[in-house]
Design a protein around this ligand. Sequence first.
Ligand SMILES: Nc1ncnc2c1ncn2[C@@H]1O[C@H](COP(=O)(O)OP(=O)(O)O)[C@@H](O)[C@H]1O
Ligand SMILES: [Mg+2]
Length: 399
Amino acid sequence: MYKLFGTVQDITERKLAEQQLRRKTLEIEDLYQNAPCGYQSIDADGVIIRINDTALNWLGHEREEVVGRMKMTDILSPDSQPLFLDQFLRLKQTGLFQSLELELIRSNGSRLPVQVDSTAILDAEGHFVATRTMLSDNSARKQLEIERAAHEARLAELSRHMVDVQENERRKLAGELHDRASPNLAALQLTLSNLADALPPSVLTELEPMLGDAQALLLDTAAGIREICTNLRPATLDYAGLIPALQDYAQQFARRTGTAVRLDLAPLKTQLLPNVQSLLFRIAQEALTNCAKHADAGTIHLQLAETDEALIMKISDDGVGFDSCLLGESGSKPGLGLITMKERAEFAGGRFTITSNPESGTEITVTFDLHALSTLWKTRQHPSRRASDRMFQTGPGTL
Ligand SMILES: Nc1ncnc2c1ncn2[C@@H]1O[C@H](COP(=O)(O)OP(=O)(O)O)[C@@H](O)[C@H]1O
Ligand SMILES: [Mg+2]
């Protein structure tokens, strides 16, 4: 009786253990097969020896088509294959690769971007046997990247358009101000001197100081309007180009501020479109204004040079310098001048760098890849310099 009872209990326990084991196996199987990422193993020859249902669903293949039959390269886009083979080789040596961005080819020919992470399964002697590979669906991130790139391209386009609109408005305003005010001021000056001539000598003597004041005021107003017009849009930029405009501006600047400006403006082989010239002129203008406002510099050095690939403009001063982290990296609030320079240069396809410290002052460099410039702004390359380019030539000198 006792013996029989004991046997029944043994069977129940074993059955329970078997049930538990089956449940655990099913749970693990479910975790493997239906995970929200793909799992697979690849042997030393690159053949897929294990793959989960998620990855099979992504690929649209049957298990029998894949396991033991397909190599990893069979399910990768042609671009991804060399990348994978290179990393697979490295995995066999180092034991892992991480965050590899590849493209799977589905059975219907469509592509699925995935991120692949792999570790090596080794035998007792430490030889490579297979991989544990995880595939994560990257399509949402890739889509976001595409959208962000499109958004940035639209922003850059908008920024270039805004620069054009602003320059046109400034050009119009400067033109109107000049055309309306200058002839009137000249006429007033003539009227004043006619008036002086017409006055009887006794009255003239009495009014002479007042007439003198009026003349001086007129001259000052005319000079003021000329300066406003030049700042709005220097006419030289339109009729002679960037280099003469920079020379004129630097000369005026040196006179106005008493700071020496050394110019190294190499003649340009590339004929830049007016909007690119405007952009470079505005960057130089803002950089020089900053020197006057903040640098307390003895000398400012303005350089423009062209290599086969790039156009480089550099503005440096020997002033007090500043913490260039102000340029939006430290969370502190920078002014708009540097940010606008940087954004405009970058949206136009250029690179903007600034270095600054109290020992050596501040240096701003703007570099434009000539090829990028020609695609973005459609510049025209001239095989040989034209006669009119000669007027752009300048040598080193100090104003
Ligand atoms: N050449 C320079 N020398 C010293 N400090 C400078 C120079 N250029 C810019 N800075 C510093 O960077 C800050 C930001 O400049 P910017 O963006 O042009 O704004 P703003 O000129 O309106 O202050 C300035 O306030 C100044 O502290
Ligand atoms: Mg400024």
